[in-house]
Design a protein around this ligand. Sequence first.
Ligand SMILES: Nc1ncnc2c1ncn2[C@@H]1O[C@H](COP(=O)(O)OP(=O)(O)OP(=O)(O)O)[C@@H](O)[C@H]1O
Length: 394
Amino acid sequence: MAPCALCPADNPARAILRRPKTLQPVCKQCFFDVFETEIHNTIMGFGQAEGSSADGKGKRKELFRRGEKVAIGASGGKDSTVLAHIMTLLNDRYDYGLDLCLLSIDEGISGYRDASLDTVKRNAVQYDLPLKILSYHELYGGWTMDRVVGEIGKKGNCTYCGVFRRQALDRGAHLLTVDHVVTGHNADDVAETVLMNVLRGDIARLERCTAITTGGDLPPELDDPEDTKTLEGLLPRTIKRSKPFKYTYEKEIVMYAYFKKLDYHSTECIYSPTAYRGHARALVKDLESIRPSAIVDIIYSGEAMASSIKLLGRRAGGDPGPTNEKKGYTRAPRNSQQKCTRCNSLSSQPLCQACMLLESLNKGVAKVELGAEPSKEKLVGEANGSGAMEKLAV
Ligand SMILES: Nc1ncnc2c1ncn2[C@@H]1O[C@H](COP(=O)(O)OP(=O)(O)OP(=O)(O)O)[C@@H](O)[C@H]1O
């Protein structure tokens, strides 16, 4: 192998790998350094397209506040295991002052999640982090994903899993009195989602999918600390979600986990779909093999499109006005947020998606609904909640 491209030129070590992101030959130590530093830069808002100009005025925006309590969404897989490792490491190294913990959701998938949760339990000891595990079984009246799949079959099961997991993470965060959850979504995931939204012409989602942080904004009219449901421990607010690996390549995460000998679980979900995302994933991998920067370039393009859409929306007063229509742009108007009448979580409908899905399961009509010709509303609901379509909503 060639000399390391990142070592001092007068005394380079021998490279042991080619960095997937740049194809540079690098030694092990330089790979660790560049991998960790790039994530730190993302966290600090340095140097990346969105981070360097988060407000469009060139002002950088840091991902965390000092003293913030942050839960790491931990599934035991490679991404979240590396995330737990890196967050602990960088929090110590750069003194972010974060209070970290692990939050795991047990979807009730026997033979898969039980094994990966054992890994998370070991990670909690290895990184000395408190761990909270919440199960669908306890949150959703005895429904586990094994039972959901028994009821509706494998087709469409990710819709249920994605919607339930999103809410379960929020509820777990609330129980842990955490305002911020970080997940292991990586650059490949974000690029796939950008492509999927472009290919579907889903402009509203395209606008949101490249954001490094979502949520955390409760409309003032809903912010009522005296709300009795809030006092009972139900969701009063949206929890912030961030993706510190937004610019981190999946291949580099795997390499980092391998060279650091991290303890992670590597099996795929047994109910994993072969849905649309699979095609986007294959396309991203093909493009990456021809030109490695394709992944990050797709993300930059997505960010640029999101900024343009925002600008157009602002000019049109938030509605798809005539100017936009003439130019062929549409921007789905967003329903105002309200509290779900049943579980108090934020929702654009009187009943949130999780409660709607739960109701259909409890009434025994879920299978019928999934099999039937979907109505327009149903399509919107699915696009908003599907695990397959909406991996980034986890
Ligand atoms: N059951 C879960 N409990 C807690 N967090 C989860 C869970 N499932 C997924 N997440 C979070 O969402 C991220 C993306 O999840 P996804 O299901 O796409 O898995 P993945 O890309 O295989 O990631 P990982 O390798 O961490 O499992 C994970 O990295 C993790 O932070």
